[in-house]
Design a protein. Structure first.
Length: 342
């Protein structure tokens, strides 16, 4: 067959082959067949070299045309197939099946949430109501009604965030809830509150300007320190899952209780002193006491008839102890690496 005919034949065959191509792999195979170093077009070029010069011009032009056409069609087909592949990938992504993951990512409850739930269950089982307080309070509920009048030095112990509205502040403790409850309820009252409190303090591993407290209060006839101690002990034993947790009471001063005391627990982490209990074997857990008659009066409850106890646990400290968290800033961060552990 003369070369001219072969060129025309090749052109037809290439068109046929290309129209049958459906994938990029098939296209590559076709490229090798026609445009490859040993491909049909290379062979035809070798044949061309054998022709006489005058024939060469004419047939050479034809072959050149074919080469250009083949390259152009090949490029177009390649672009077409690539676009189709991209569209298909996008389509698949659109129908991405989130349930198809074998190993699902699971969230977990924040350590605070876990402990609060435990504490709430515990107090509900003892017949307490769980109340919610307000984080923005005024001077009366945070201080005055709690027997901390203006100019009382105890105000200095609470580095207060005052708001721009005079007399309003971010509560420095959960004790204001005591007064709200006395005003709204009639004895017998038994309540527990978990909530945030704020102190204007520098932040370090054990201090933050926000932390959490658990307030408890019981008011009825003949309430004594014995009631206070037994319910506080019960709560701490359940929380730390240690029936042999030991307790220590120390006299302490809080203007809103009389007598006032601090409750310490034996360090749950060591027997003879560690860095957490600062080598003392004891950890401070709560401030507590019998409600001062003046506080009962501020809440319109007759101290001649009723008495009550109150305690304020450092909930943040308890959570840190329970889980062995050494830096309060981690507890208050949203670091997933930290939170994943719970
Ligand atoms: N409100 C006190 C504090 O934040 C704790 C406390 C509560 C003490 C109830 C006695 C009774 O320090």
């Amino acid at each position: 067959m003369d070369l001219k005919k072969q060129i025309i034949e090749t052109r037809n065959l290439f068109h046929q082959a290309l129209s049958a191509v459906g994938t990029l792999e098939q296209l590559e195979a076709t490229r090798v067949t026609y445009l490859g170093r040993q491909g049909t077009l290379a062979l035809l070029t070798d044949e061309l070299k054998k022709l006489a010069p005058e024939e060469k011009r004419e047939v050479g032009a034809l072959l050149n045309e074919l080469k250009q056409e083949v390259q152009k069609l090949f490029d177009a087909k390649k672009a077409e197939l690539e676009t189709a592949a991209q569209r298909e990938a996008a389509e698949q992504l659109k129908n991405f099946d989130v349930t198809a993951y074998k190993q699902r990512l699971q969230g977990s409850l924040h350590p605070y949430t876990q402990v609060i739930k435990q504490i709430e269950d515990l107090f509900i089982s003892m017949g307490f109501v769980i109340l919610d307080g307000k984080e923005v309070e005024n001077d009366f509920y945070n201080f005055t009604a709690l027997n901390i009048p203006e100019d009382h030095p105890a105000r200095d112990m609470h580095d207060t965030f005052w708001l721009q509205t005079p007399g309003w502040l971010l509560r420095t403790h959960t004790s204001p809830v005591q007064i709200h409850a006395m005003q709204q309820r009639k004895p017998p009252i038994a309540l527990a509150v978990n909530g945030r409190v704020y102190r204007h303090e520098a932040t370090d591993a054990t201090h933050d300007f926000m932390f959490m407290q658990t307030e408890g209060m019981v008011i009825d006839k003949n309430i004594s320190l014995a009631h206070l101690i037994s319910s506080a002990q019960h709560m701490l034993r359940v929380l730390f899952e240690k029936a042999d947790l030991k307790f220590r009471m120390r006299p302490a001063y809080y203007p809103f209780v009389e007598p006032g005391l601090d409750i310490d627990i034996s360090c749950p982490f060591c027997k003879s002193g560690c860095s957490i209990c600062k080598k003392t074997g004891w950890i401070e857990a709560a401030g507590a006491g019998l409600i001062h008659p003046r506080v009962l009066q501020a809440g319109s409850i007759d101290p001649a008839v009723y008495s009550g106890y109150a305690f304020g646990f450092g909930l943040t400290r308890l959570v840190m102890f329970k889980y062995g968290i050494h830096d309060i800033r981690l507890l208050h961060s949203s670091s997933l690496d930290f939170l994943k552990q719970f």
